[in-house]
Design a protein around this ligand. Sequence first.
Ligand SMILES: O=P(O)(O)OC[C@H]1O[C@H](O[C@H]2O[C@H](CO)[C@@H](O)[C@H](O)[C@H]2O)[C@H](O)[C@@H](O)[C@@H]1O
Length: 196
Amino acid sequence: MISEIQRNFAKLSQAMGFQRSPSSKQKVKPISKENNDENGGDHSINARTTSNPPDSDTSDASYNSWMVEHPSALDSFDRMIKAAKGKKIAVFLDYDGTLSPIVDDPNRAFMSDEMRAAVREVAKYFPTAIVSGRSREKVKEFVELSNVYYAGSHGMDIQAPPRPVKACEGKYHTLVPGKKGNEVLSMNTKREVCKL
Ligand SMILES: O=P(O)(O)OC[C@H]1O[C@H](O[C@H]2O[C@H](CO)[C@@H](O)[C@H](O)[C@H]2O)[C@H](O)[C@@H](O)[C@@H]1O
């Protein structure tokens, strides 16, 4: 289950265009100890990008140094899971420049089908909200998903999905300790529990 979630987040990250093709990918220096102590002392995380990476024609050195400063949370997935234990996880996504590319005409800031599919998948597992400075209606028109929250006008106008996500195949859950000391996914809506 965890690896499925990890795969879906990886898809989302990939759809956001944050990863280079393997051929152009270079080794990135691990984050320094000083930069990483607050995250639990794992100093071997490879940095990747989170937003606005340099253009693909920028040199690898510049790209890599940008990546070191903007590590991807996906590279710390195990620590994220640890930190999320017993907590409800929610995903908040910006629209322009995150789910869609920045383009000259704001009416043509379309989201790719790949991105839409990745967000749909992530929203099966976590309450997912798209938060935008645009009007809620406009964002909804672009996103076209029924299983996410829409927060338009910088969060002043919020709409929940029409019906809760079904339990056990695509569900909202928290990580809780099981009776045998293992982690289980607790379904909030129907009190169902799925083993990890
Ligand atoms: O909060 P966001 O979802 O990131 O929205 C912020 C603004 O996004 C739009 O403007 C930006 O994207 C346009 C399309 O790529 C681009 O042409 C413009 O230069 C950017 O500023 C939107 O038009 C604004 O209303 C949002 O406030």
